[in-house]
Write a protein that binds this ligand. Structure first.
Ligand code: J2J
Length: 526
């Protein structure tokens, strides 16, 4: 049968396993083990507490938490109540949080305890001052502090829960326009995404999955990630960060079998694997995705890390493409696999929307049972955004903005991109958003952000600026953008001062022309 049982809700993924194997370990975080029974009952207690805060079905709540037990507890409590979590990342700052709160019409935000030198509460207070819907600022530790001895307050569980076709969670899009976008994933489509990914990867109750990437990101969340592991009764190990030091120790201690990385992190792991004394022999499968992976690094996985590589080409909007665990090595190192399901529909088209011949590059269009057909618009906030008209075809295909080709064997190879976002080692930097902020600087007359090749990250960002008077310097530009609340990964890595920006025939900035200028050695560095 395809996917989870019909009518399954995301919360059921946990409930079913809690019934089947209550005493098995579900989570390991910070040295603490939580069994399925404990997780299930704490989720109920937290749900009851959230209800007392008047957070209920249909409400949107921004969740901004690092990997840890609290993130998982809250996520399932929200799923159970029908509250819609909006999954922001810990690296996001006031600019991003403000934007997503606005689009979601969020009533609450969950923040971590003050940590890593950043005051999340002060940021949340500032966001609340500008967002009239935002009522509750909740610290994860407070809401999750529910002693096991306490009975579930608030009486029996609600009998009317969320609907399978209703929105289960909102994911953030990498975005190509200035305005950020939220991706509505339903209980049904996301459960399908999770369960089928877990099946493809061969996950079972013996699986030990290490969440090294942020669990709030689609890849480590549900492809198959932490949810896929819990759905089959496996054990999830939550790493506070993806550094090899931390991760290798956890792999050895917990006998991790599966994990997921971006290509730059793979490079760091490969470098460290030669030096470490940690035992990595339990690793069976290493998923790598989010940005282009070079063949050179792909080929090193099996001999140097002793496990199989799986390339994953995915997107929070839906479509997932995986190499299969039993694919020949050549396919695994040279392609990004094929779609998860036979029901996934893909097309590779030219600029006029006509299908290209097999082997030719074109834009990838995707439609299917777990791919969205439009972005989220909070109830009451007006008609569907204009971006839907450009991001989706009239017959419901998502325009990925990725330039791909299909091989004769039906495998996808990512050749580049058409969208105006720099893929900085897996973190997506929407050029227009950064340009808009740059234009607010008094010394900036015109600005264009482009990607420049980088050995580790694949690409870094370069801001081309036409100054008004005195040319600004990179540190003052970075400080300005940081003050405006931009996440650190969106700050330009490099600044080039130019007299003008080259334009294409239709008057758009010629970004290819700009990028090509950098390849000439004469360019000025700042
Ligand atoms: C090249 N580009 C890739 C790859 C994604 C699994 C893995 C990644 C994401 C993700 C994800 C790529 N090679 N292997 O959600 O579940 C670029 C493409 C794509 C965009 C989506 C998952 N894998 N990309 O990265 O929503 O440009 O999802 O359209 O963050 O990342 O970004 P995002």
């Amino acid at each position: 049968m395809l996917g989870p049982p019909p009518g399954a809700l995301l919360a059921d993924l946990l409930r079913d396993q809690a019934r089947r194997g209550p005493d098995r370990p579900a989570l390991v975080s910070n040295g603490q083990v939580t069994t399925y029974r404990e997780l299930d009952s704490r989720v109920d207690r937290i749900a009851a507490r959230l209800r007392r805060l008047r957070i209920g079905a249909g409400d949107r709540v921004v969740v901004q938490l690092p990997n840890g037990t609290e993130f998982m507890l809250l996520l399932f409590a929200f799923f159970r109540l029908g509250v819609i979590p909006v999954l922001a990342l810990p690296v996001h700052r006031k600019n991003e949080i403000h934007n997503v709160c606005g689009i979601a019409g969020a009533v609450g935000i969950v923040i971590p305890r003050r940590r890593a030198g950043f005051d999340f509460r002060a940021m949340a207070e500032a966001v609340r001052a500008d967002n009239p819907t935002l009522r509750e600022i909740v610290t994860a530790d407070d809401v999750c502090d529910v002693p096991d001895a306490l009975p579930v307050a608030g009486g029996p569980r609600p009998t009317v829960g969320p609907a399978p076709a209703g929105i289960g969670l909102l994911l953030l899009s990498g975005g190509t326009t200035g305005a950020p976008k939220l991706i509505p994933r339903t209980h049904r489509d996301y459960a399908l995404n999770v369960v089928e990914s877990a099946r493809l990867c061969g996950l079972d109750e013996h699986t030990v999955y290490l969440a090294a990437l942020p669990a709030a990101h689609n890849f480590a969340l549900g492809c198959p990630g932490v949810l896929g592991t819990l759905a089959v009764g496996g054990k999830v190990v939550l790493a506070p960060d993806p550094s090899p030091d931390e991760a290798f120790q956890l792999i050895e201690q917990e006998r991790v079998t599966v994990t997921a990385l971006t290509p730059p992190l793979l490079q760091l792991w490969l470098a460290e694997a030669g030096r470490t004394r940690a035992d990595l022999t339990s690793l069976r499968l290493l998923q790598v995705g989010g940005a282009p992976l070079s063949r050179k690094h792909a080929e090193r996985v099996r001999p140097e890390l002793g496990c199989r590589l799986q390339q994953v080409f995915g997107m929070a909007e839906g479509l997932l493409s995986f190499t299969r665990p039993d694919d020949p090595e050549e396919i695994v190192v040279s392609t990004q696999g094929r779609p998860l399901l036979a029901e996934d529909e893909i097309r590779v088209v030219d600029r006029e929307g006509r299908d290209v011949a097999v082997g030719e590059a074109g834009e990838l269009l995707a439609r299917g049972p777990y791919t969205v057909r439009g972005y989220y618009r909070a109830p009451g906030s007006g008609p569907a955004p204009e971006s839907d008209a450009t991001a989706f075809t009239p017959d419901g295909y998502y325009r990925t903005g990725d330039l791909v080709r299909l091989t004769g064997t039906g495998h996808l190879v990512v050749e580049g991109r058409l969208k105006d976002a720099v893929n900085r080692g897996g973190e997506k930097v929407p050029a227009v958003e950064v340009e808009d902020h740059l234009l607010a600087h008094p010394l900036v007359a015109q600005a264009a952000v482009v990607g420049v090749p980088d050995e580790l990250l694949g690409e870094r960002t370069c801001a081309f600026v036409v100054p008004r008077t005195r040319p600004p310097r990179l540190p003052e530009i970075a400080a300005f953008l940081r003050d405006r609340g931009l996440a650190a990964y969106k700050l330009p890595d490099r600044l080039e001062i130019v007299a003008d920006l080259p334009r294409t025939g239709v008057g758009k900035v010629d970004k290819h022309g700009l990028a090509a200028r950098l390849e000439r050695p004469a360019s000025r560095k700042h």
